[in-house]
Design a protein around this ligand. Structure first.
Ligand SMILES: [Fe+2]
Ligand SMILES: [Fe+2]
Length: 155
């Protein structure tokens, strides 16, 4: 049985939440563009290449989410969430990991919300994005030498 929150969601709520997601995608694009070039050290060259690929995938996600906001009658956000910078490789990778965790938590909720509004195509698109975000999370955890954390699901 769907919970109360999903029953109560409106299209306006979904537009707002997707615009937050879009701002998070812009943040990810900027972070991956910066970190992929700033990251130094022989041990990190493979992951630097990987981060460049992430940047391109995040742009593709941003375009998909902007398309959904427009389709729902909203104006797609033009504002990224704040990007942290660091000169330290481990710190950069940790920032990315934290952002991917939050992104996955949010998209897991968004699939349920889109389903609740019978917007199954949006839910399907976000499921596809989730597959890539999970790959990003795994790549970053692997580079940090840790097990991928379980992001859970946003409230
Ligand atoms: Fe993304
Ligand atoms: Fe990502």
């Amino acid at each position: 049985m769907p919970d109360v929150e999903e029953n109560d969601i409106t299209r306006e709520d979904l537009i707002k939440a997707l615009n937050e997601d879009l701002s998070r995608e812009y943040q990810a694009i900027i972070a991956y563009v910066n970190y992929s070039q700033v990251l130094k050290g022989a041990a990190y060259m493979n992951i630097a290449d990987e981060l460049e690929k992430h940047a391109e995938e995040e742009l593709d996600h941003a375009l998909q989410i902007a398309n959904h906001v427009d389709y729902l009658g909203g104006m797609p956000s033009v504002v990224p969430k704040k990007v942290k910078t660091s000169e330290k490789a481990e710190e950069m990778l940790q920032f990315d990991l934290d952002n991917e965790r939050e992104t996955i938590r949010q998209y897991r909720r968004r699939v349920k919300q889109a389903d609740a509004l019978n917007e199954f195509a949006i839910a399907e698109s976000i499921r596809g994005i989730l597959v890539e975000e999970q790959d990003h999370l795994i790549a970053l955890a692997t580079a940090l030498g840790i097990d991928p954390p379980n992001p859970g699901i946003a409230d």
